[in-house]
Design a binder for this molecule. Structure first.
Ligand code: C2E
Ligand code: CA
Ligand code: CA
Length: 700
């Protein structure tokens, strides 16, 4: 608005100045013009009137009427110009007229006696000066003035009035000397007038066709014994339209300037808006998880740091919940990743709704979530919320119209009791969560010192495992597998033991999963294969030997080559080897698993599926796997006496396996009754403490 006012104000002021300058110029020009016209008129009149002086001179020279008046007058008319006729009026009576033609009526007229004209004549006599009569309309037409010069001739008693020398001058002739005609054509108006000395009336005796405007310029014309006035104006006022255009342009310029200023001022505003928007987007991207819209791990760490800092000052207790969905992998495998994503989104919404607005709900990655509970006063508060979270998550989630049930394992750390930096708090919560998982999932665990000890032990074990292979700390025990029909040993299963330098003999349950997690299981596994082959070679035994393969090792791309080279260097028969794989090895990518199994079979190695019944293998998958033996997990045989269900399952599995032309091994036979049972259900092989415990080869 200001810019508009300033610019249009400046424009208007300029226009005003220009207008004033223009008007001043116009005025100056007009006054010059009027003056020049008036002086042209005056010059012409005085020239024409000079004819009376020449006539008077002639009378003076001849002391009376001029002989050959006509010739004399003719020569005067030619030299002076603009005069219509010349007259001599001795004693006031018009006696000579040149040219006479058309003026005959005037002859003999006594100007001193004529009422209408005597006034100027008498004045001339009285003042001895030229007087001007008129203008008046002539009988013969036209407007004219008459100049009368009184003539005095010398006599003894002084000068004696002789009469008048007169010139009749048409006003038209006088006007011709000016440019008024052509000026009229250019848009100027004029009038020539006088104020009658007696009546005070204004006599206009010449004027333009168009009337004068209000803005007129006047100049007086000096004529003998009278005062005439020439008044002029410019008929068309250019100035106004110019000024209007000027003002309009000012407004337009003002408007544009205001618009440009507005536009320029608007730019930083727009830019600020864009920057603000972009910053928000970037912040969102930096702090949030794309899939669920929850906060991400980075944001959680930041908030944890803030909470810890505030805690040292204000003692606001808080809690961190580290959550993992149980069995999420199964949803992904069975329903596809799209459904998996949908599940995560729905769970995210439920978690968010279950806690307070101020609590920070985050997705830590995969199927892991974290919630930072602010102002969680006590352990019982946290417990209550953990129970609520488990409850909301357990409600079935509908994916493609089908209900799915998932559960939560939660690890909880209290802040600041369970750690004073965010790394420790996250790590401890993670540890508690793993512990909840280990104790059967669908569970929550608070972090405590025991967990910490366990974790440290795990870490130490991990480190010890790295040196164990090099330092030859492992040994293999062998457990016989019997043919149930003959009662004879058919094969041996190789079971790993670790002769730990400080802890003594450790069993696989204590270190296999650590080795799995750290990856050292692969090297350990190759050591076992080598060791078993050495044993076969050394003992020259004809028994089959089963070797357990961890899922990680089963996926190792070097596996086939390693087997081949070990078999070659040990120089044994590959058909004496069997590998035991678990369902988890084949469930993820069954096509790749089948390829690998076929390669093993091609080497001559037979294959057993271990711990059958604890995983999720469907019969359709089982049908496709190129396996030779199925090992039914010991859990089925353990409660065989009490649970008739287990009996039925074992029977069912055996008949099914037989249909698929697979041999069955039942593990974990600990009692006579169990042995009796497996024999009854026509199981092929048996393994267990009752038949033979694992022992070093030379003690078998
Ligand atoms: P697994 O493959 O199911 O091996 C059988 C386990 O059952 C062995 O435990 C064995 O000692 C135990 N067992 C045998 N008979 C009975 C019985 O009558 N009652 C009971 N309760 N248990 C019985 P172990 O040796 O402690 O091995 C545990 C697991 O460690 C094995 O389970 C196997 O999965 C893994 N493992 C052992 N050796 C190796 C190995 O060299 N490599 C890999 N990757 N895993 C191994
Ligand atoms: Ca086994
Ligand atoms: Ca087993």
């Amino acid at each position: 608005m200001c810019v508009f006012l300033v610019f249009s104000g400046i424009g208007a002021y300029w226009t005003h100045l220009g207008q004033t300058l223009f008007l001043n110029e116009q005025r100056f020009f007009m006054s010059e013009l009027v003056n020049s016209q008036a002086s042209a008129f005056e010059r012409r009149l005085s020239r024409s009137l000079s004819s009376t002086s020449i006539l008077a001179q002639g009378v003076f020279e001849h002391r009376g009427p001029i002989p050959n008046f006509d010739d004399y007058a003719n020569s005067v008319l030619e030299s002076v110009g603009g005069v219509s006729n010349l007259q001599l009026a001795p004693k006031g009576i018009i006696s000579f007229i040149y040219p006479l033609e058309g003026n005959e009526k005037a002859l003999g007229h006594d100007v001193l006696a004529d009422d209408a004209r005597s006034k100027e004549a008498l004045l001339a006599v009285k003042t001895k000066m030229l007087t001007l009569a008129g203008p008046f309309e002539l009988i013969q037409g036209g407007i004219a003035v008459i100049g009368r010069k009184p003539i005095y001739l010398p006599a003894r008693k002084g000068d004696v009035f002789w009469g008048f020398a007169s010139a009749l001058i048409y006003l038209e002739e006088l006007l011709k000397a000016t440019e008024l005609d052509s000026l009229e054509a250019k848009g100027y108006s004029y009038q020539l007038f006088r104020i009658h000395p007696d009546t005070g009336d204004k006599n206009v005796f010449a004027k333009s066709v168009s009337n004068l405007t209000d803005d007129t310029y006047m100049v007086s014309i000096q004529v003998p014994n009278a005062d005439w006035t020439l008044e002029m104006s410019r008929s068309e006022p250019v100035k106004n339209s110019r000024a209007v255009i000027g003002y309009i342009i000012s407004v337009i310029v003002g408007f544009f300037a205001a618009w440009i200023a507005f536009y320029i001022l608007e730019q930083p505003k727009k830019l600020r808006k864009v920057v603000y928007q972009k910053t928000r987007e970037l912040n969102f991207q930096a702090n949030n998880d794309e899939l669920t819209g929850l906060y991400n791990r980075r944001y959680l760490s930041e908030q944890l740091e803030r909470v810890l800092k505030e805690n040292t000052r204000y003692h606001h207790p808080a809690a961190l919940m580290y959550m993992d969905l149980d069995n999420f992998k199964r949803v992904n495998d069975v329903m596809g990743h799209g459904a998996g994503d949908e599940l995560l989104k729905q769970i995210a919404i439920r978690l968010k709704e279950a806690v307070r607005e101020s609590d920070i709900v985050t997705r830590l990655g995969g199927d892991e979530f974290g919630i930072l509970l602010l102002d969680s006063e006590s352990v019982s508060d946290a417990r209550r919320i953990a129970e609520k979270l488990m409850h909301v998550v357990e409600r079935p989630v509908y994916l493609n119209g089908k209900p799915f049930e998932v559960s939560l394992s939660i690890g909880i750390t209290m802040i600041p009791t369970d750690g004073d930096d965010n790394e420790t708090i996250l790590k401890n919560a993670d540890m508690a969560m793993y512990s909840a998982k280990k104790t059967g999932k669908r569970n929550f665990r608070f972090y405590n010192a025991a967990l910490q000890r366990e974790a440290i032990q795990k870490l130490e074990l991990e480190n010890d495992l790295y040196v164990a292979v090099c330092e030859d700390q492992f040994i293999v025990h062998y457990q016989p597998i019997f043919s149930l029909s003959t009662g004879k040993i058919s094969s041996y299963e190789a079971l790993l033991r670790w002769n730990h330098p400080h802890l003594g003999l450790i069993y696989p349950d204590q270190f296999i999963c650590v080795a799995e997690e750290s990856g050292s299981i692969i090297e350990v596994g190759y050591w076992v294969i080598q060791e078993v082959c050495n044993q076969i070679k050394k003992s020259a035994s004809n028994y089959k030997f089963s070797i357990n393969l961890s899922p990680k090792q089963f996926q190792d791309p070097r596996l086939i080559n390693k087997f081949r080279s070990i078999i070659q260097t040990s120089d044994i028969d590959a058909s004496l080897l069997e590998v035991e794989i678990t369902e988890s090895s084949v469930i993820e990518d069954s096509t790749a698993a089948i390829k690998m199994l076929l390669k093993l079979k091609k080497l001559g190695i037979s294959i057993a599926l271990d711990d059958f019944g604890t995983g999720y293998s469907s019969l359709s998958v089982l049908k496709r796997l190129p396996i030779d033996r199925l090992k039914i997990d010991k859990s089925f045989i353990q409660d065989i006496e009490q649970e008739s269900d287990d009996r039925n399952i074992v029977e069912g599995v055996i008949s099914m396996a037989h249909k698929l032309r697979l041999n069955i091994v039942v593990e974990g036979i600990e009692t006579k009754n169990q042995l009796k049972f497996v024999k009854e259900v026509e199981c092929d092989y048996g393994q267990g403490y009752f038949c033979g415990k694992p022992a070093p080869f030379d003690q078998l």
